[in-house]
Design a protein around this ligand. Structure first.
Ligand SMILES: Cc1cc2nc3c(=O)[nH]c(=O)nc-3n(C[C@H](O)[C@H](O)[C@H](O)COP(=O)(O)OP(=O)(O)OC[C@H]3O[C@@H](n4cnc5c(N)ncnc54)[C@H](O)[C@@H]3O)c2cc1C
Ligand SMILES: *[C@@H]1O[C@H](CO)[C@@H](O)[C@H](O)[C@H]1NC(C)=O
Ligand SMILES: *[C@@H]1O[C@H](CO)[C@@H](O)[C@H](O)[C@H]1NC(C)=O
Length: 513
């Protein structure tokens, strides 16, 4: 049997614990076990009863729908999630087509959509389209402040609003048309809140906004559910290395814990679970969501995190984006329709939004995507809602949500007889105790540097060539791909590679053994 020699940088058979069995954690485990013969002692501790984390496919009766991640954003050669999904045979032919990978659209432009006014008019494509062009032109402009020494305003929202104020002055329209145009623009603000997972674009930092990177390729989905990906990853790992219902309570580091048997050696990390069980390790890779860290960082690490890291966790943004699936007996939309939207005529991005959540939460629903193809899904709409209204929605019952949205459809279509949906299924990401929201963004007062600070392993002091004890992965630790599945996977690989590299180095013939 070939055994690696112990070295000053680490033991012969390092023991690694991974906290969290989402894509970052499973990716790190697979990379460690398959990427290096040094790592055989790897375990994953998962708080919930399932793997996948924010990749979670649900069932609306017999139809598979995504409660969390839905698209592969930018499915191209550089996208590791696309690569892995292709390798596992989880994508359909359209998604695999070479042309699909070359489309440069920056997201998922939807085909024909139907936009209603809240007084029951179907709005013209011209007026909706022109507002879309204006919004996305300004949004592109707001990505151009990355290397600018001084930003004109702190947030993306303020930048967009100031630009719109200027544009409105040039509009030749009457007051009523101007109001309608602003109401339509507000839909795009809400959609972008969902994309960024934030309550308001006023919370999204302008300077770093351009750092988020979009890969080429027309966004694609998993015909049998995104969860197929994490299932394949699970199946590739040795049986029993992922322990479920193991919520980590504290990560003790910078210490020395003697394990009498079987190793008879000291470990610098001890991980303590809520159920009292303790695990010793040389290295722990923490992949818990930023939302969880925000809530528990004071008690989660002992000794506590360095102040700079604490500040990064506080300052980076983590908000809620929820989905509401509604299944209808009969569609009230045209067969090729991709999306339904409502322009609330009393709203404008330039006005203060209502704070009466109970009375107006449903106006925050940014739009309803029509799930295609109809042969697979029947007639299902997926509504998106972000921010405080999304969190309020989580406190309501299914019946309350269904009733409120039925009223919205009746009002928008001008058909008071429109039948209610026959089924509802929705996500409640803010209430998930192990997630506490949906995904991260760079909030005002923070920057990409905070993401790097969050990703930095501990101890910080590497002068005495101490190996890292606590490593950080997860969506929120990826400076350019945060909030995505590929960002999560790459972050897991990054930390696994960090460890592999250290042990590779220590067996090199030139290292001082
Ligand atoms: C509604 C929604 C829509 C999305 N849409 C897309 C999309 O279309 N495309 C895309 O690319 N991305 C999308 N995302 C983002 C994507 O899902 C995430 O970025 C990615 O799945 C995060 O992976 P992760 O491993 O970093 O975290 P997670 O998947 O959250 O994994 C972390 C794991 O840690 C566990 N955990 C937490 N606390 C503890 C503890 N104390 N002890 C032990 N375990 C713990 C959790 O239970 C969880 O399983 C979406 C997310 C949401 C919520
Ligand atoms: C473990 O650490 C303790 C305290 O640092 C030390 O006294 C002891 O010698 C170490 N034991 C082994 C087996 O390395
Ligand atoms: C570690 O070493 C192996 C074999 O020598 C090599 O294939 C791999 O790329 C190295 N990995 C890292 C992260 O250094």
């Amino acid at each position: 049997m070939e055994l690696a020699r112990a070295s000053p940088r680490g033991p012969a058979r390092p023991r690694v614990l991974i906290v969290g069995a989402g894509l970052a954690g499973l990716g790190a485990a697979q990379r460690l076990l398959q990427g290096s013969r040094h790592f055989a002692d790897v375990r994953v501790l998962e708080a919930s009863g399932r793997a996948g984390g924010r990749i979670r496919s649900g069932k609306l009766r017999n139809k598979v729908v995504e409660m969390g991640a839905h698209w592969i954003h930018g499915p191209c050669r550089e996208n590791p999630v696309f690569q892995l999904a292709s390798k596992y045979g989880l994508l359909d032919d359209d998604a695999l087509a070479e042309e699909n990978q070359q489309v440069e659209v920056g997201g998922h432009p939807l085909g024909p959509s139907a936009c209603y006014s809240s007084s029951g008019q179907l709005l013209s494509h011209d007026i909706v389209g022109s507002m879309g062009v204006l919004f996305f032109t300004l949004l592109e402009e707001s990505r151009e402040f990355l290397h600018v020494a001084k930003v004109p305003v702190p947030s993306v929202g303020e930048y967009l609003k100031e630009a719109i104020v200027q544009r409105v002055k040039e509009w030749p329209d009457d007051e009523e048309t101007k109001r309608l145009k602003l109401a339509i623009l507000n839909i795009f603000f809400k959609l972008e809140c969902c994309v960024s997972g934030t309550h308001s674009l006023d919370l999204v930092a302008l300077g770093p906004f351009g750092e988020y990177t979009m890969l080429p390729g027309l966004d694609c989905t998993f015909p049998n559910g995104y969860e197929g990906l994490t299932e394949c990853l699970m199946a590739s790992l040795p049986k029993g290395i992922v322990l479920f219902d193991k919520q980590v309570k504290t990560v003790n580091w910078e210490s020395s814990y003697l394990e009498e048997a079987p190793t008879g050696r000291n470990f610098s990390v001890q991980v303590e679970c809520e159920d009292g069980e303790k695990f010793l390790a040389d290295h722990v890779i923490v992949t818990v969501p930023l939302g969880f860290l925000k809530e528990h960082q004071e008690s989660f690490f002992y000794p506590p995190l360095p102040p700079q890291k604490m500040a990064a966790i506080r300052q980076l943004g983590f908000g809620t984006n929820n989905k509401i699936f509604l299944e209808f007996e009969q569609p009230f939309w045209k067969p090729d329709c991709q999306m339904l939207e409502v322009a609330w005529e009393d709203e404008s991005p330039l006005a203060e939004p209502s704070t009466d959540l109970e009375a107006t939460w449903f106006q925050k629903v940014a739009g309803f995507i029509v799930l295609h193809p109809a042969e697979r899904y029947g007639h299902i709409l997926c509504g998106f809602i972000a921010g405080k209204e999304a969190e309020f929605m989580e406190t309501l019952t299914d019946a309350e949500v269904l009733s409120a949205l039925t009223q919205v459809f009746r009002r928008a279509t001008g058909n008071p007889q429109l039948g209610p949906p026959k089924n509802i299924l929705r996500s409640k990401w803010h209430s998930e105790p192990h997630t506490k929201g949906s995904y991260s963004y760079v909030a005002i007062g923070s920057s990409g540097d905070d993401i790097d600070v969050l990703a930095q392993p501990l101890p910080e002091d590497t002068s005495d060539s101490k190996p890292p004890q606590v490593l950080f992965a997860g969506e929120a630790t990826h400076r350019t791909f945060y909030s995505t599945t590929h960002g999560a996977l790459l972050s897991g690989w990054r930390e696994a590679n960090r460890l592999i590299h250290i042990y590779n180095m220590s067996e090199s013939p030139h290292s001082a053994l």
